[in-house]
Design a binder for this molecule. Structure first.
Ligand code: ATR
Length: 279
């Protein structure tokens, strides 16, 4: 019996067990995937003890993604560049870690927009936290032409922009008017309107009519940001697919089979968020 888990603090709202449980059943694999609440004080002992535990690995969620990256034996290139991890696996008595958020983001866009070509696109990323950094790292691997990075606190955008070699342009959120007309892909990574009642107040009508709009938040499934984009006639990609796609690599590392993100899985998790969801 192979065992994996997700650790965070708090952990009770995690939907990862639903995702991995679905794949374990669908693929007929004898394994388990559980939620384990690990406080910040317990993080180091948990990760240091992982090779001697019954777990083959774990996902890492809030608030541990950055701290955990200093507590494992081996980081891959993505983990090193993003400074945060969400997936840990044990091999030969050592803990190895990676960050799959960026890949999950890109895979979700390609899943919902078949044949989507990132190469040459001009992208506006809103928000300058850990998710923003992971997404930017992956967008650069996909050869986008330009990244504008806007944040309420400009200095955080400047810091991320300066950490990549790629000429990312940091902006203040109040300074978007001059760039919106030249954006092909708009990504919200901020928690504005999710954790509070605020509104980012984006002039969606200034975007080219073909610009794709997406949000990494998925509660509600169609966030206020996406509702506004949709109301102005723009194509949208909801964020829940990113959660499903970021889970693929971990499952493969622990259980040995690469799982598929299906419409059935999407509906299962969507109904957990919104019982009225119909596909
Ligand atoms: P992550 O979960 O990606 O690691 P985080 O570090 O919690 O993100 O950052 C949240 C992001 O949402 C930040 O970019 C934050 O802006 P600041 O850096 O200025 O704090 C942004 N954010 C949160 N509430 C916001 C609001 N009401 N308006 C605009 N941006 C907001």
């Amino acid at each position: 019996m192979i065992k994996a888990c997700v650790i965070g603090y708090p952990i009770k709202h995690s939907r990862s067990p639903l995702i991995h449980g679905y794949w374990l059943k669908a693929l007929g694999i004898e394994g388990t995937y559980q939620k384990v609440e690990v406080s910040p004080a317990d993080l180091a002992p948990f990760l240091k003890g992982l090779p001697r535990s019954t777990y083959i690995g774990c996902n890492i969620t809030l608030p541990h993604k950055e701290a955990a990256s200093t507590l494992v034996d081996q980081l891959d290139d993505r983990a090193k560049r993003t400074g945060s991890i969400n997936t840990v696996y044990v091999r030969d008595g050592l803990t190895h870690a990676t960050s799959t958020d960026g890949q999950g983001f890109v895979a979700n866009i390609r899943w919902r927009t078949p044949n989507y070509e990132f190469n040459g696109k001009r992208v506006l990323v809103l928000g300058a936290g850990g998710s923003s950094r992971a997404i930017i790292d992956e967008l650069l691997r996909c050869n986008v032409a330009q990244i504008f990075l806007a944040n309420r606190t400009l200095v955080r955008a400047e810091k991320i922009a300066g950490s990549f070699d790629a000429g990312i342009l940091p902006l203040s959120l109040t300074d978007l008017t001059q760039v919106l007309g030249g954006v092909d892909l708009l990504i919200n990574t901020t928690s504005a309107g999710i954790a509070d009642d605020s509104n980012l107040d984006i002039a969606f009508e200034k975007l080219p009519r073909t610009a794709l709009v997406t949000d990494i938040n998925y509660v509600p499934l169609i966030t206020p940001f996406l509702q506004q984009a949709e109301a102005s006639g723009l194509p949208i990609v909801p964020g829940l697919g990113m959660l499903l796609h970021q889970a693929v690599t971990g499952f493969e590392l622990w259980f040995g089979t690469r799982p598929t993100v299906t419409d059935e899985l999407y509906a299962l998790v969507a109904r957990d968020i919104d019982p009225g969801y119909v596909s």
